[in-house]
Design a protein around this ligand. Structure first.
Ligand code: BT5
Length: 240
C-alpha cells in the first residue's frame, strides 16, 4: 500500500483521477488541506481547517468485480462506523452511505470511476471526515446539521492515528468484499441504519420517490413500499 502525502491540493479525488495511469492499485492519496473538495452532484466539501481527513483510495479491481463497485461506498461507511465506535460513539448510517453521529453528518464519501471507453481504468473512493473543527465553522455549513469528532468527544483527535485506523479497517476486508459483495456487510450495515420503518422521500435525479422504507436488499439497494403497497427498488438517491 502506497501513500501520496500532499500538503495542499484542490481535491484528492481530482488528483487521483488525473494521475490514475501512474497510481498503483491500493494507493492512498492523502492531503492535509483541500481547497476545492467535491461532493456528489456538483456539491462541495468544506475544509474545516487543519487536522481533518481528506483521503482518496485508488482501486483497480479486476473487471469481474465491476458489479459490486457501487457497494464500495457502503463498505467504506461501515468501516468508518467501526472506527468511530472505538472512540466510544454510537454511529448511524443513512442510505446509501451517510455516516451520522447524534443525527449529524460527520463524513462524506464520493466514489468516481475513471473509464477509457468501456474499459475501467480505476475507481477513486474519496472520504472526508471531520476530526478537528470549531463549532462555529460547522454551523456555517449550509443545508446540513454537521459535527466533528472532537466536538463529540470534547478533545482533539490525532489525524495520523485515525488515518491508520481507517485504512487498516478498510484493507482488512477489502479483498474478501470484492468476492462477497454487499452480503459481507449487510448485517453490520442494517444494524446501524436510521431509516428502515420510516416514511421517506427520496430524490432520484429529478423526481422524488415516496414510500415506507421496508429493507435494504442483498445488493445494498433501498426497498420502499409505496401507497399501493408496491415495492420500489432504488439503486441510487438521496433521502430528503
Ligand atoms: C459528500 O457529498 O458527502 C461527499 C463528500 C466527499 C468529500 C471527500 S474529501 C476527499 C475527497 N476529495 C474530494 O474532492 N471529495 C472527497 P454529498 O452527499 O453531495 O454532500 C455534500 C453536502 O455535505 C454539502 O452540500 C454540504 O451540505 C455538506 N457538507 C459540506 N462540507 C461538509 C463537511 N465538512 N462536513 C459535513 N458536511 C459537509
Amino acid at each position: 500500500m502506497k501513500v501520496v502525502d500532499l500538503e495542499n491540493i484542490d481535491s484528492t479525488n481530482s488528483y487521483a483521477k488525473s494521475n490514475i495511469d501512474t497510481l498503483e492499485d491500493k494507493t492512498l492519496v492523502f492531503a492535509r488541506r483541500q481547497n476545492s473538495g467535491r461532493g456528489r452532484l456538483n456539491r462541495s466539501w468544506v475544509d474545516l481547517g487543519e487536522g481533518n481527513l481528506f483521503l482518496s483510495f485508488v482501486l483497480k479491481p479486476a473487471d469481474k468485480y465491476r458489479k459490486i463497485l457501487p457497494n464500495l461506498t457502503q463498505y467504506l461507511s461501515v468501516c468508518l462506523c467501526k472506527v468511530l465506535e472505538t472512540y466510544g460513539l454510537k454511529t448511524q448510517i443513512k442510505w446509501p452511505n451517510d455516516v451520522l453521529i447524534n443525527g449529524k453528518k460527520i463524513a462524506g464519501i464520493l466514489s468516481e470511476t475513471v473509464m477509457q471507453g468501456s474499459i475501467l481504468k480505476g475507481l477513486v473512493l474519496g472520504i472526508g471526515v471531520n476530526l478537528n473543527a470549531q463549532k462555529y465553522d460547522v454551523e456555517q455549513i449550509p443545508d446540513r446539521v454537521v459535527t466533528a469528532l472532537n466536538i463529540e468527544l470534547n478533545h482533539n483527535v490525532d489525524l495520523d492515528k485515525f488515518f491508520n485506523e481507517l485504512t487498516d479497517e478498510f484493507f482488512k476486508g477489502y479483498d474478501s468484499f470484492l468476492e462477497n459483495g454487499f452480503a459481507q456487510i449487510k448485517q453490520d450495515y442494517i444494524q446501524r441504519n436510521c431509516f428502515i420503518g420510516k416514511e421517506l422521500n427520496v430524490q432520484v435525479f429529478n423526481s422524488v420517490e415516496k414510500g415506507l422504507a421496508k429493507s435494504v436488499n442483498d445488493n445494498g439497494e433501498l426497498v420502499l413500499l409505496n401507497k399501493d403497497n408496491k415495492e420500489i427498488v432504488l439503486t441510487i438517491g438521496d433521502i430528503l
